[in-house]
Ligand binder design. Sequence first.
Ligand code: ADP
Ligand code: GN1
Ligand code: MG
Length: 352
Amino acid sequence: MKDLLQNFQLDGDILSIESYGNGHINKTFLVKTTKDAYIFQFVNFHVFPNVDMLMNNIYLVTKHLSDKGCRTLDIVKTKDGGLYLNCGEDFFRGYKFIDNSICYEKLPDLEMVKEAARGFGQFHKDLADIDVANVGDVIPDFHNTKKRFETFEKIVAENPRHRLAMCRQDVQFLESRKADYSMIVDALEKGEIRQSITHNDPKINNVAFDKDTGKVSCVLDLDTVMTGTFLYDFGDGLRSLFTGDNEDALDPSKLVADLDIYEAYLDGYYSMMRGTMNEKEIELLPYSILIIAEELALRFLGDFINGDVYFRADYPMHNLVRARTQIALANDILEKLPKMKEITAKIVAKYN
Ligand code: ADP
Ligand code: GN1
Ligand code: MG
């Protein structure tokens, strides 16, 4: 890695390089020099085949944000001015470490939940006026839940690794929820909800908080920024808060859709976005968490049946365990939907 790092415009001499973070896709390292700190990452070509488009998106988005005076990721260029380095199966790129920041797998209190949601609301607002035509679809149909289900059904039919016998009940559950998968996608196609530039992977560990103030410093992990609906971001932010550091939980009974977290997150997000949401979008807010949990279960379980080709798996059943976590969460959300609708009406009334 030291050799690879020689190709980048770093300030100071390298002091240390250590593995960092908990992402499922990128291999992330913290690099400290005598003058600064950096995050460097190997990003997989298999997940992101169009690196030029991906890095160009990040360049455009970070420029748009920094031109407005917002804090955002700061790309470290190569010595010949490139945005990344090509190296075998992966490409290699770096960012400046966000000063005095900390990321959490689980938030310590409800005030920080609200603050995280305000951070994503601000992010959506700041990107509302970017030229959509310039931001490419890095992973087409990333949150097209209907297509995710079609892909899942193909994998189930092929059963390439003979793993289906281990997960028939899980497959049946996901097949039984088919009607959910079209709710957001159809509304988007009919123009009932709006398209905009969204994050598409707003897990809570993708937010950097200021260590001293507890306020959001900036939103990280911009690899999947592209056109979408804010509903998938809203749902995924909450999904990741509900699972916290238990996304790989072996005991699904520990997973609950905590209604206090729902209320705090909705309050923070709606306080930023009020006046911009139509009735259909408001109606779909609670369903978005259910749909994103089911979508991720389709992806994890599909990957398990397919032989773990997408998500990094630390042990043979890892993706099955991850899928079951999302299924347990989906079941809990299903029970709590009526309460979530009540809370939604209360928060909307509070700000209208
Ligand atoms: P992945 O796609 O694998 O999740 P991320 O880009 O989210 O990769 O990076 C993994 C972790 O590294 C993040 O959750 C965050 O904790 C940390 N991180 C990433 N970029 C920065 C940065 N510029 N400054 C500080 N921490 C960062
Ligand atoms: C992946 O890269 P990371 O770990 O932040 C995945 C998301 C999933 C998430 C589940 C590009 O996110 O879509 O929701 O795992 N990212 C990609 O933990 O597929
Ligand atoms: Mg991440």
